[in-house]
Design a protein around this ligand. Structure first.
Ligand SMILES: [Zn+2]
Length: 202
């Protein structure tokens, strides 16, 4: 006589029907399955809120130097400051290092919606979008094409993330620093963004 499972005359109930097996598994573990599902939904919701709904400020910087692009400042910040990436979410270029005047580069920080490293106020680093403009606006004024880019970018971010123009702030309004330079008119930026937002909503 053959007593091996394969040829046994006693049917193995569990393997008779795949669907039955799944049903009994589901019934047996349904509490845990619902719990795992709820945890997953909660995790995804928190992740979504963190990435898409947390931004409260836009902080404007200058690089205080007339050279460089995103790759250049990324290297500089990682090597000299020891930060894990560039300090900013966006960089508005001035034409140096094979960029175009006013060209906007987006960093990994923005791709991942990570915190930024641009100020000493951690609340603002967590809840702010950091935008830097290549140039030293202590020494010279903002070129027209860069100004146009910064107005467009901040209008777009302000609209997309529901950040009112009064929360577009210059680094110097947070800390004792000249950044983004005395020739950068933050009041004018807020009023141009406000005007753009009003014309969009009409
Ligand atoms: Zn700054």
């Amino acid at each position: 006589m053959d007593f091996s499972r394969k040829n046994s005359t006693f049917p193995n109930r569990r393997n008779l029907d795949g669907r039955k097996t799944f049903r009994s598994f589901f019934i047996r573990f349904r509490k845990y399955i619902f719990f795992a599902f709820a945890v997953l939904i909660l995790f995804l919701s928190i992740q979504y809120i963190w990435k898409e709904k947390r931004f409260r400020y836009i902080v404007i910087h200058h690089t205080a130097s007339d050279i460089g692009n995103l790759a250049y400042y990324r290297r500089l910040h990682m090597k000299e400051r020891g930060w894990p990436d560039i300090a900013y979410h966006f960089l508005v270029n001035n034409g140096s290092y094979n960029t175009a005047m006013g060209q906007i580069e987006q960093s990994n920080l923005w791709d991942n919606k990570s915190i930024n490293y641009s100020t000493k106020v951690s609340y603002v680093n967590y809840f702010g979008i950091a935008v830097a403009i290549v140039g030293n606006f202590e020494r010279h004024s903002v070129p027209a094409l860069q100004w146009e880019s910064i107005v467009n970018l901040t209008t777009m971010l302000s609209q997309e993330y529901g950040i009112p123009p009064e929360r577009i702030i210059a680094h110097r309004e947070l800390w004792e620093t000249a950044c983004p330079g005395k020739n950068f008119d933050i009041v004018k930026l807020r009023s141009e963004v406000r005007k753009n937002l009003e014309s969009v909503s009409q």
